[in-house]
Every structure is written in structure tokens, then in C-alpha cells.
Design a protein around this ligand. Structure first.
Ligand SMILES: NC(=O)c1ccc[n+]([C@@H]2O[C@H](COP(=O)([O-])OP(=O)(O)OC[C@H]3O[C@@H](n4cnc5c(N)ncnc54)[C@H](O)[C@@H]3O)[C@@H](O)[C@H]2O)c1
Ligand SMILES: [Zn+2]
Ligand SMILES: [Zn+2]
Length: 332
């Protein structure tokens, strides 16, 4: 089968012919990939930002935002069957550890993260397990929903955590209305009464944010210092992390979602103003299930551009150059 493989950090991946993965364990599910979203994290992987944390051996297959059709299942699997259309929670989790039992899949003590620390879904086939599969409602196509599996899930998870903070009269600033941010805006409008202010230097991203109903859309956040009850930072690097934290008001909360930079604040400033800094990693299976309800209801719609799998580097070029609004989707 074909797979998008990273061979060396700092070097773009190539589309290689590799052996097909096989079902070996009782809970394994082999999925024919219908669509694989392209995330800025894939650029971060190629940059080498994950090399130490993931410890993955090169070469390996990237792609952590997938939907498709079940091709084969292990002997214990009863929740899905060959032919079912599914969207995949990005992690392969055990179901037995304490975090799994409390629904906190992302912190599973025995997980794999295809596309980050093991072979992912920018390929014809992806090996996952029964716990990762969410069946698609009739009529939903994998390519139409794949971006919900990571971009959507991550944005939803952060917004859901922020909901209690965003009562009527509050302001939420969204930094970066790209793949994740354009879904974050819609989740905020669907789930809170906050005034939603979007900051993005990219004209196309601002147009999309306006179209999605953001209350205010700005090219930069210079006038927003000390203004926001919540800041959702979908950039987290190149100065956005400093600007974002500065936009929070006293007792405000700075949600870190994009990454690459570092946050530096004097502890006395944190305590004297009671600002909060909150990390966010993807989301749980239940988050994904809830997001699918918003999507089915039409409260969240994805803005996507599709590319054939073989055009992965063209898609990466477009993402890097800011020519890609919403999400790029690779279709094998
Ligand atoms: N925390 C997680 O679990 C998680 C999951 C997925 C992705 N991510 C990360 O989230 C970030 C966003 O990913 P994406 O795929 O949506 O990227 P993207 O490139 O699609 O979107 C980023 C947007 O931010 C805008 N932007 C750039 N610099 C800005 C600035 N200084 N101020 C305001 N806007 C700015 C860009 O114009 C673009 O519209 C990346 O860092 C990615 O790696 C994190
Ligand atoms: Zn991602
Ligand atoms: Zn677990």
C-alpha cells in the first residue's frame, strides 16, 4: 500500500510503497482510509519538534486525523463490522487503566498515537482498535468529516473546558482561525454566550471567521490587552504566546492549544492577578461523540480542500504558505 513516510527530520516526507498492516490482536480494527486531514502538527513532526517526546523510529507514516471504512476486525470486536464507515478517535487506548475508565482517553497509560508515535493514517490502510471507532451516521462520507477527528476534537475539547468561564457578558479571543480555529469559533458560538473575537493576520482566515459568525475579526490583537475572560491560542508560537497571555484580563484563562514557543511569566504576576494557563491535548472519545452531534445538527461545518494522497507535499506547501483556509484533506 502507499503511505506518507517521514525519513529524516527537516526533510519533507515521501509517498512510499510499504507492506499492509495486519489484524493480530482481538481488539484490532483495520481501516481503509477514506480521508486523512493535514494538521500543522504534521509540519511540527517534520520539523522534529516531536522527535524526543514521541521517540518514534524513522521512517514512519504520519497522519493522525482519519476516517474511512472498516476492512477487517479482530475476534473480540462487536461494535463495528467490515464495511462500516467510521471516524477514528486519534489514540489507540486500553480501556482498562484509571484514565480510560474515567473517560479520559488522551491520558491512557497504555496508549499508542498513530501518526505521532506509531504508523498513522496518511496511507491506504490504518491499524487501530475497537475503542477508537465512532460509526458514522448514514450518508456521512469519511472525507466530509475526517477533520473532526483532530482539528475538530481538539477545538471542541478546549471550548468545552472553557464553557463554565464563558457566561453571558464575557469575551473569548480566538488566536488563529485555521484548521482548528475555524472549528473553535463555531463551537464557541454553539456552546456559549460569549462575544467571540478572532485575531488572524491571514486575510482568507479572517474572511472565513467572519463568514462563520465571529462577532469581531481583527488583523492583530494590539488593542486586546487585558480584555479577555478566555483566550484560546491556536498558534502558541512566534509571539502569539506572549500576546495571548497579555490579552487575558485579571482572573482570565489562557488556553494553550498551538505550540512551539514558550510561556514565561513571573509567578508574582500569576498570583497577584489570578491568571490561569491551561494546556489542551486533543480530546476524549466522548468529546468526539458530542462533536459529531453538533456536526450532524449543522452547528459545526468544516471548510476543507481535498488533495490526492500523492499531493501531500503540495498540500504541506499550501499550509505553510497560508494558502490553505480551513483544513487540507488527503484522499487516498
Ligand atoms: N493541542 C493539541 O492537541 C493540538 C492538536 C492539533 C493541532 N495542534 C496545534 O494547533 C496549532 C494550529 O494547528 P492548525 O492545523 O489549525 O494550523 P493552521 O495553520 O491551519 O492555522 C493556524 C492559523 O493561525 C494563524 N496565525 C499565524 N500566526 C498568527 C498570529 N501570530 N496571530 C494570530 N493568528 C496567527 C494562521 O494565519 C492560520 O490561520 C498548531 O500548532 C498545531 O500543531 C495542537
Ligand atoms: Zn493535529
Ligand atoms: Zn488506558
Amino acid at each position: 500500500m502507499r503511505a506518507v513516510r517521514v525519513h529524516a527530520y527537516g526533510k519533507r516526507p515521501s509517498v512510499d510503497e510499504v507492506p499492509e498492516p495486519a489484524v493480530t490482536g482481538p481488539w484490532d480494527v483495520l481501516v481503509q482510509v477514506g480521508a486523512a486531514g493535514l494538521c500543522r502538527t504534521d509540519l511540527h513532526v517534520v520539523e522534529g519538534q516531536w522527535a524526543e517526546k514521541s521517540g518514534v523510529a524513522l521512517p514512519y507514516t504520519i497522519g493522525h486525523e482519519n476516517a474511512g471504512w472498516v476492512r477487517e476486525v479482530g475476534s473480540a470486536v462487536t461494535n463495528v463490522a467490515p464495511g462500516d464507515a467510521v471516524i477514528l478517535h486519534p489514540l489507540v487506548t486500553c480501556g482498562l487503566c484509571r484514565p480510560c475508565r474515567s473517560g479520559d482517553d488522551v491520558h491512557c497509560e497504555n496508549s499508542r498515537f498513530p501518526g505521532i508515535d506509531t504508523d498513522g493514517g496518511m496511507a491506504d490502510l490504518l491499524l487501530t482498535n475497537a475503542r477508537a471507532c465512532v460509526k458514522l451516521a448514514d450518508g456521512l462520507e469519511p472525507a466530509a468529516v475526517a477533520a473532526l477527528a483532530d482539528a475538530g476534537l481538539t477545538a471542541y475539547h478546549a471550548v468545552r473546558k472553557a464553557v463554565p468561564l464563558l457566561y453571558p457578558g464575557t469575551t473569548c479571543v480566538v488566536i488563529g482561525a485555521g484548521g482548528l480555529g475555524h472549528i473553535g469559533v463555531q463551537c464557541l458560538l454553539a456552546m456559549t454566550a460569549a462575544r467571540v473575537v478572532v485575531v488572524d493576520p491571514n486575510e482568507g482566515a479572517r474572511a472565513l471567521a467572519r463568514d462563520l459568525g465571529a462577532h469581531e475579526v481583527l488583523e492583530n490583537g494590539d488593542d486586546l490587552v487585558d480584555s479577555a475572560h478566555v483566550v484560546l491560542d491556536f498558534v502558541g508560537e512566534q509571539g502569539a504566546e506572549r500576546a495571548g497571555l497579555a490579552m487575558t484580563r485579571r482572573a482570565g484563562s489562557y488556553f494553550v492549544i498551538g505550540y512551539g514557543g514558550s510561556v514565561d511569566i513571573a509567578t508574582i504576576d500569576l498570583i497577584s492577578t489570578e491568571r490561569n494557563i491551561i494546556g489542551n491535548l486533543v480530546g476524549s472519545y466522548n468529546d468526539l461523540d458530542e462533536l459529531m452531534v453538533l456536526a450532524a445538527r449543522g452547528s459545526v461545518r468544516l471548510h476543507t480542500r481535498t488533495y490526492p494522497l500523492a499531493a501531500v507535499n503540495e498540500a504541506m506547501d499550501d499550509l505553510e504558505a497560508g494558502r490553505l483556509q480551513g483544513r487540507g484533506i488527503l484522499v487516498p
